[in-house]
Design a binder for this molecule. Sequence first.
Ligand code: SF4
Length: 163
Amino acid sequence: MAIDPNFPENHKPVGKHKHADGEHFHFVWGPGRVADAAENPSVKAAYDARHEALEPLGVHGTMVAVDWDSCIADGGCIEVCPVQVYQWYRTENDVPAIKMVTVTSSGTGEASKKDGRKDYTDKSDPIREHDCIWCMACVTVCPTESIKVSQSNTDFHKKAAGI
Ligand code: SF4
């Protein structure tokens, strides 16, 4: 199930994921939904192995937005991005994804290897959304069409930030 292309209008900011540089951050949009991740055998098995609930998670990022409910931890986006916008979130902070709504990350997680995920509960996190060069490579490779990249969504980011 592809990301809702109109998510900034159909969802609300439910969290702010800050970069430890003190300058940058990206929003998390909710509510989440039941989508591809909840039906994927590898993802379900990984959640079972951790004894973690597979919960609706929402969309991480605004200009570079990843629907974490559709993301099945394929990792193609991470490997193809020329400027390492993404990281496997669990390789920096190994907590349930629902806790990544309002956190601060340093961006020290695995940011280049498709198979660098901790396991299939991991998600591609646009921790360096601000570095995107709009090449659209990540959008092209995502098998579940979970990613929307839109420079014009900067307006939604600014509005949510009160800028
Ligand atoms: S559009 Fe290009 S630069 Fe931006 S996040 Fe995707 S792969 Fe990286």
